[in-house]
Write a protein that binds this ligand. Structure first.
Ligand SMILES: *Cc1c(COP(=O)(O)O)cnc(C)c1O
Length: 370
């Protein structure tokens, strides 16, 4: 699905030098590269604060802790997402309120959010799924009206640009109260292990998030609140510093591959190519088709036999997972999510796709579904 090896070969000299420097100085924790990457990333995102942490799941948890969400508070998110989004909500004793998504863009359904709001609702967690932004302008209007926090899960959409109706642009994750991202190796800005970050323009929230990520510590050995231990290690920061410089180029390469897929697969009665959101650029974390009248398991097997990987993100909606069992929702409640879970198929997508590979994938896919 991804080709991290070829990508590494192209930046090997720089990455190796960055890692070697960490080894030479043995500043494995909080070495200079962490702060350097943080500053570079703040500039790239045009956001006041980036707080690096250990992974994307921690970023979400720290954000919710920093916002002082308490047991019984309701947090609205999509049922069609990666488990981490809702997992931290449950883990903190908050109540995950799942809602459906839009069939075309896979993003959280705004009307469904509005319907789910109660006096206990404290936050909305839009997930910028597969690489493009949810409808942030409408979400922000709704949040303002009901006095809710917006926690953007930007793990799959680092670098995507959202355009407001007045023409203003902002990077995904910098629009809501707080943004949370992941640098897992296969993410669009991936390091060589685990990593994550929180973004915010709010000074107090930044200070609190940083404190929570470091054992609730304001000054060394002074602990004001209960925190966690969540750091981006220096080796990962050194890798990210190099890769950040290439991020826009990586997004362009992904878009080029997506355009090839679009042209080759459009207008096929059994394949629906991914729709583009109106106000967002797409960074194609995933290129996800919807199949129509195709035996998906069989197709995956046949593709695999021809050396073509294809993945299902995500096969089971959160509201059907045992971990999220609740009398609030049951199978059948979110028909779009359920339909997507049964029909989506993601094709290989990364920064090193060449035309020959794309052609091979498309030709074989069309032959197999025909
Ligand atoms: C990857 C991912 C996360 C979690 O990130 P980790 O770094 O693996 O903890 C959260 N939300 C979404 C949507 C993701 O894709």
């Amino acid at each position: 699905m991804v080709d991290l090896k070829s990508q590494y070969q192209k930046i090997k000299t720089e990455v190796d030098a960055g890692i070697q420097e960490v080894l030479n100085t043995t500043a494995f924790i909080n070495g200079p590269a962490v702060k350097e990457f943080q500053t570079d990333f703040e500039t790239y995102l045009n956001v006041k604060h980036v707080i690096p942490c250990a992974n994307g799941t921690d970023a979400l948890q720290i954000a919710m802790m920093a916002l002082d969400l308490k047991s019984g508070d309701e947090v609205i998110t999509a049922s069609f997402t990666y488990v981490a989004t809702a997992e931290v909500i449950g883990l903190l004793g908050l109540t995950p309120v799942l809602v459906d998504v839009y069939e075309n863009t896979f993003d959280i359904n705004i009307e469904a959010i509005e319907k789910a709001i109660t006096p206990k609702t404290k936050a909305i967690v839009p997930v910028h799924l597969f690489g493009q932004c949810a409808d942030m302008e409408r979400i922000m209007v709704l949040a303002k009206k009901h006095n809710l926090y917006v926690i953007e899960d930007v793990a799959q959409a680092i670098g995507a640009d959202y355009t407001f109706s007045d023409g203003k642009k902002a990077k995904a994750g910098t629009i809501g109260t707080i943004g949370c991202t992941s640098f897992f190796p296969s993410k669009n800005l991936g390091c060589y292990g685990d990593g994550g970050a929180i973004y915010t323009n709010d000074d107090a929230l930044a200070k609190k998030s940083r404190m929570i990520a470091h054992h609730g510590q304001s000054v060394q050995y002074v602990h004001d609140v209960l925190g966690v231990n969540s750091r981006l290690d220096t080796v990962q920061a050194a890798v990210l510093k190099v890769k950040l410089k290439h991020l826009d180029e990586y997004a362009a390469a992904r878009n080029k591959a997506a355009s090839y897929y679009d042209k080759a697969l459009a207008n096929h009665p059994k394949l629906k190519i991914p729709a583009r959101a109106k106000n967002s650029t797409h960074v194609f974390h995933q290129y996800t088709l919807q199949l129509n009248g195709v035996d998906r398991s069989k197709l995956r097997e046949q593709l695999a036999e021809r050396g073509i990987p294809a993945m299902i993100y995500y096969p089971i909606p959160l509201h059907e997972q045992n971990a999220f069992k609740s009398d609030r929702f049951k199978k059948g409640d979110f028909p779009i999510t359920e339909k997507l879970c049964a029909t989506v198929l993601s094709l290989p997508m990364h920064t090193e796709m060449d035309e020959e590979t794309l052609k091979y994938i498309c030709t074989n896919l069309i032959e197999l579904v025909n």
